[in-house]
Structures are given as C-alpha cells and as structure tokens.
Write a new protein. Structure first.
Length: 331
C-alpha cells in the first residue's frame, strides 16, 4: 500500500545550466538524492508537464511537479503498548524508553517492540522508513531516543548523526575505580569468532566515546559517556576494552565481582542486576523545521538509582570502619 503526496516547486535561477537531478536536490533538499533519483526513474517527476531525464539541463523558471509515492514499508502490527513521550510535535517524537523494550522488530522479537507501539500511537509512521527510527538503544538500555515523523525530519536527524552534532549522553555504572575521565577511540566491528558480539577490531568502523567520572565508590564508578559515533554496543564494548565493564552486562561484563566485605544488601543488588547499567539520560538536537537547539533530560530509572544508593551506603560504612580507634569527639 502506498500514499501519494504532490510536491511542487520552481527551478531557481541559481540552478541555470545544472542537470535536473542536481537542481532537484537543491529545490527539494529535505529529501535524499536517492529518493529523488528513484522518483525520476519511475516517471514521477514532470518539468513544465514533461518527463525529463536526470541528466537533462534546466535553466531556471521551470515548474516542477513530483508525484511522491510513499510506500508503507513495514508489515508490522500496531500494538497498544504504553509510551513515555517526553516531547512531540509535527516533526518528531522523543521517547524515554524503559529497559527491556526492544526498539525494532527482528527474527527473535517480531512484536512487542517500540516500533509496534509507535505505529499504534501514530499510524502515519508506517510511511516512514523504519517507522521513523533514526538511532537505537539496546533492549536493556533505558533512556531517550528521537523518532522522525516526516521524511524531511528523518533526513535532517540522520545528517545530524552523520556530522556528529546530535548530542547523546549516557549514565553508566562500571566495575572498577576510574581515576579520571578520558576518551576511548577504538574501531568496533563484529567479533571474529562470536558473531553475535561486537569487539574492538582493526577492521572495524571508527568509534569514539568520551567519559568522565561522576562519583567513585569502593570498587565501582558512576560515569557519564558522550558519543561521537553510534556503533552497536559502543559504550559497552569500549568500557570493557579498557577493563571497566558495565555492571550487569551479560555479554561484555565478565564474571560478577563483589567488593571485599560488602554488605549483604549490596551483594544482593549486584547479583540481581541483570542488565547493563546504562541509561541515555541526555539528548540534544537542532529541530528539523524551526532550526532551534533543543535538549531533554531523563532521570535515572529506579533500578540504577537503587544500585547507586547501595554502592554509596557500602562506601560510607567502609569509611567509618576505617577510622582509627583513638578518635574521640571534641568536648
């Protein structure tokens, strides 16, 4: 099933002498060159009522009409799944995704995903590739992600991702004491043997993660990470690569390590934390239509707040026990 939208415009004088496909890219800059090329080849573009080839020259003043066919690219079912919508307008939606919710349907998760929920919330998203999803969060990562509601918005957001101007900041709790912030710049690709895992590998794609310390405990650190790139499992892979794996990470976390002499409360919390302690807490972008800079923040979910509370309490008890026996209060 498809829907048709009529696009109209006039070739500007500044495009005189250009190929038609080049002029269309300027006149309808909100659409990708590949999409415009597809409409040209399909005979959906008329210039002064005539069909032209992409290489034909234009001289300015020509009237252009495009029968823009937007295919419903998915066969996914809409499902009434609750959404925590932080912001919405005619161009985009910002969602605070809970841990445990898969973003995109796949072989192992054909339903019950964020995409299914979005299609129920706004059926028009079926005409947008990937239902408007422009970046993803892992199933067990919580926090903010943006969804495009129109093709121009999707193009703008993808370009912001590609130029690394989209702000994505994450909260994470890692095993080990990090002394200071830093940057991990290491390429990420498929693990050469375990194909479901990612790894730092010479043949991988460039990946850059900046991190800084928020708070240290006895054997763990609370950090904030900012992404320059968006590789699969990037923070999880990079932090494990420098030997500070995320608490609870079932793939990259390694064996459970408990602080020596920790309380039973903390031991139970660490044993029971069965997802990577990672939350997309801050998102910033330039609005596709108004071009204003916008930013949103999402508080830590309850499980990460409880983890920090128990780590803090353990550190405070240990600090008291370390006090010398001769200390007495002043009279």
């Amino acid at each position: 099933m498809t829907t048709t939208q009529i696009l109209q415009g006039e070739i500007p004088a500044s495009c005189a002498g250009m190929r038609l496909d080049q002029a269309l890219a300027q006149l309808f800059s909100e659409y990708s060159r590949s999409r415009l090329s597809h409409w040209l080849k399909a005979g959906k573009v008329r210039v002064n009522g005539q069909l032209l080839r992409g290489r034909d020259k234009v001289w300015g003043g020509e009237q252009v009409e495009i029968q823009a066919e937007l295919e419903e690219l998915t066969v996914w079912e809409a499902e009434a799944i609750p959404l925590d919508i932080v912001y919405e307008d005619a161009q985009l939606i910002v969602i605070n995704k809970p841990a445990g919710l898969v973003v995109h349907p796949a072989a192992g998760n054909p339903a019950g995903t964020l995409v299914n929920a979005l299609l129920h919330h706004d059926p028009a998203l079926s005409t947008i590739p990937r239902a408007g999803i422009v970046h993803r969060l892992d199933k067990d990562t919580s926090g903010l992600l943006v969804v495009a509601k129109t093709l121009p918005a999707q193009k703008s957001l993808v370009e912001q991702l590609q130029t690394r101007s989209l702000l994505r900041e994450y909260e994470a709790v890692v095993t080990g004491l990090i002394t200071a912030g830093g940057t991990v710049e290491a390429p990420i690709g498929r693990h050469p043997v375990q194909r479901k895992r990612m790894a730092v590998t010479p043949n991988g794609k460039p990946a850059v993660t900046h991190y800084r310390v928020v708070e240290r405990f006895r054997a763990h650190s609370w950090i904030r990470c900012r992404l320059e790139t968006g590789r699969t499992h990037q923070i999880r892979v990079h932090m494990a690569h420098i030997h500070y794996p995320l608490v609870g990470d079932p793939v990259y976390g390694g064996r459970l390590r408990l602080p020596k002499g920790c309380s039973e409360t903390l031991a139970n919390t660490l044993r029971g934390f069965r997802r990577q302690a990672l939350h997309a807490g801050r998102l910033g972008l330039v609005h596709p239509q108004s071009h204003k800079s916008l930013e949103w923040k999402a508080s830590l979910p309850a499980d990460m707040e409880q983890l920090l509370t128990d780590l803090r309490a353990d550190a405070e008890v240990a600090a008291l026990e370390d006090q010398t026996e001769w200390w007495e209060p002043l009279e």
